[in-house]
Design a protein around this ligand. Sequence first.
Ligand SMILES: *Cc1c(COP(=O)(O)O)cnc(C)c1O
Length: 427
Amino acid sequence: MQQTSLSARDQQVIWHPYTQMQTAPPPIAIIRGEGALLFDEAGNSYIDATASWWVNIHGHAHPHIAAKLAQQAYELQHVIFSGFTHPAAVELAERLLPILPGQQQRVFFSDNGSTAVEVALKMALQYWDNKGQRRNKFLAFKNAYHGDTFGAMSVSGRSVFTRVFDELLFEVAFIDLPTADNIQEIIQQIDTVGVNNIAAFIFEPLIQGAGGMLMYEAGPLDKLLHHCKEKNILLIADEVMTGFGRTGKNFAMENCSATPDMICLSKGLTGGSMALGVTTCTSEIYEAFLSNDKLKTLFHGHSFTANPLACAVALASLDLFTAPECMINRQRINLAHQQFMQQLKEYPRIKNARLQGTIIAFDIITDNADGYTNNIAAMLHTYFRECRVMLRPLGNTLYILPPYCITDLQLETVYQSVITLITSHLK
Ligand SMILES: *Cc1c(COP(=O)(O)O)cnc(C)c1O
């Protein structure tokens, strides 16, 4: 009897994220990974040029991560995190806090980027409540993406992702990305919202990821952040995507002199191998919750808060992240991206080539509107699939965001697949 393929079995039982199940091609069944390569059930290899949804930093099935995971699994797999603690969580907090920008003093664990954002939003609102002040508005950027849960969706730009739910999302004051030209205007806009109502400003520093890899300058951002500080608006840096070296520096906020009150991390936190989120905060935030009054407690938690396996894997990832080789690889990728960017400038079908650290992005000019629903996306999916390069466009925006261990040759193959696309498939 002929064996049914994994991808055929998948199609009988699974509902995939962001996927129109009626029209999507069958998923590629990946059964193994190694470095920047992923292998499907037929034995084909794919170069992972998107770090498996922006999470993977050290490569797939990394032996150090696997060993630490196995070791932890033999010691302790899970324990309730209220009233109990464990070595991996404590060590992770001890090692993480000192490398974060802006005097972060406490770590609150959750499960993913969206929950890290939810925790930050709740901390901000309750911070003001605990201090006896009523501030219940948030400030965020247009086109922001902070996650898919309701609070995270609310502070995200309104889009096809949120359309059905818009009526139920709480109201947020959205501002444009700051530039040297519009910064004064934005500051005025904030002051019109009524600064005394704004609990916090949440933002993705330097790059708006899901919004289309939109990059902006640290200088104007810093001005904006300092203005918020002056008005006592708390700053929530959502470094879920930018954290752990993506933008060049270890954390994107290192490019600013203003310091965040809270930082959200996930994706690269475990090297991209397990689900874990953290929200960190300064002592100023933390201390506002200390009281004899039980009502000032932060009433938030998840069954798997600070899961020991995930924390052990995050520690293993930190070992690799803090080794000199990691920075060398990031710089190597950045240099290669710089050269590729020069090359891209020769092609009139490409616009807005942009680069930040290990991320390069550019837009393909088409005859329909830019954005996530652009019709070219389906063609690009098929094309890169056939090239055995894992590149997934955001509408007509293409980006390369590889694991840091990607080799020069693999990177060259990825670039070449893009050049061939432009020269032979875009008429
Ligand atoms: C991916 C992402 C999130 C959401 O994280 P999930 O783990 O997918 O819930 C939040 N913020 C930013 C900036 C992201 O890129």
